[in-house]
Design a protein around this ligand. Structure first.
Ligand SMILES: CC(C)(COP(=O)(O)OP(=O)(O)OC[C@H]1O[C@@H](n2cnc3c(N)ncnc32)[C@H](O)[C@@H]1OP(=O)(O)O)[C@@H](O)C(=O)NCCC(=O)NCCS
Length: 296
């Protein structure tokens, strides 16, 4: 798996570190399965240390890690977990995530982990906080280039702070999550970042369809996190834009969130000035600037 001529390989050899790889696409390996020698509790401890000591690292999506098609774990000579990486298949391609314990960085572990999960893959995506220069450099030096920057925005307020919206459409909860995700894919075909929600996940979350006459005009999909409703996709079909449909969909969710005492979060491309002006008018603020990279 690791090229023996690379510095990463020589370093790993010299300190007794080894990479254990799990390929869940291989026959017999199901989602949630781990090699016997890796304790799930030790994985959790490693992630918790990274998340506590590196505030620029987003908490790993545990469900994603369990479903990842390939996972690589760096193990020290005493069996401790030094870092891990995983590769996930999304509707729009493969993404990788690599994480190394802060005290063990710049020793070749990240390169070895990336090599193990990238092996045999085509185009790969990866992301990091834009304020993390070392991670940006790590990715660029390994063949990734900046694809775009996304602002993660948030709104918090009380019911009386919720902006007004005209009733320009009828909002309904679609029973069919597949219909909602297909409409989302159509309505956001030209936009970036692309929503990555699947029909299975949409079926578990908040779904609103905006109808004008009998025709679907827009859709909003979201799921509840601990302290906010996170928007997975919000899009209005081109023929129905600039009629207040998007505002009505978003304001409706802001009202739900305000009643529950939580916020609303969404993602907007840094380059999309119209969308940014629109979310700013509704009271959203940027709390994270995320850089997305791609390696052809
Ligand atoms: C990104 C990350 C995984 C890199 O892990 P790492 O173990 O430090 O990676 P490496 O040691 O293989 O490479 C890091 C740098 O150290 C250098 N290095 C490696 N061994 C070295 C050594 N013995 N002496 C000096 N430098 C060394 C590498 O050349 C590399 O330099 P570069 O980035 O300028 O090319 C780590 O910083 C991390 O966990 N960050 C937080 C998580 C995150 O944001 N992940 C998103 C990425 S998908």
């Amino acid at each position: 798996m690791l090229d023996p001529s690379t510095p990463s390989f020589r370093f790993c050899e010299s300190v007794g570190m080894r990479i254990v790889t799990l390929d869940r696409r291989a026959a017999g390996a199901a989602g949630g399965s781990w090699p016997e020698e890796i304790s799930r509790a030790a994985v959790e401890r490693c992630l918790a240390v990274i998340e506590a000591r590196d505030p620029l690292t987003l908490p790993a999506e545990r469900a994603e890690l369990e479903q990842a098609e390939r996972v690589a774990v760096a193990m020290g000579s005493a069996g401790e977990i030094q870092g891990l990486a995983w590769r996930v298949a999304h509707p729009d391609g493969l993404t990788v995530d690599v994480r190394v314990q802060p005290g063990l960085r710049r020793h070749g572990i990240g390169s070895a982990l990336l090599g193990a999960v990238a092996d045999g893959a085509g185009t790969l995506r990866a992301g990091c906080d834009a304020a993390h220069p070392r991670v940006r450099r790590f990715l660029v030096h390994r063949g990734f280039s900046l694809h775009g920057v996304v602002f993660h925005q948030r709104w918090d307020g009380e019911p009386r702070d919720v902006p007004a919206a005209f009733a320009s459409a009828l909002l309904v909860e679609p029973a069919d999550a597949q219909q909602a995700t297909s409409l989302l894919a159509d309505a956001s075909a030209q936009s970036w970042p692309r929503p990555t929600i699947t029909a299975e996940r949409a079926a578990l979350g908040y779904r609103r369809l905006a109808l004008r006459g009998d025709a679907p005009a827009g859709v909003l999909l979201a799921h509840r996190e601990r302290d906010a409703w996170e928007i997975d996709g919000l899009a209005v079909l081109a023929a129905h834009r600039r009629a207040g449909v998007g505002r009505q969909l978003l304001v409706d969710l802001m009202r739900v969130a305000a009643m529950e005492g939580v916020g609303v979060t969404l993602r907007v491309a840094q380059a999309d000035e119209d969308a940014l002006a629109w979310t700013q008018k509704l009271g959203f603020w940027t709390y994270r600037t995320w850089a997305e990279f791609v390696r052809p």
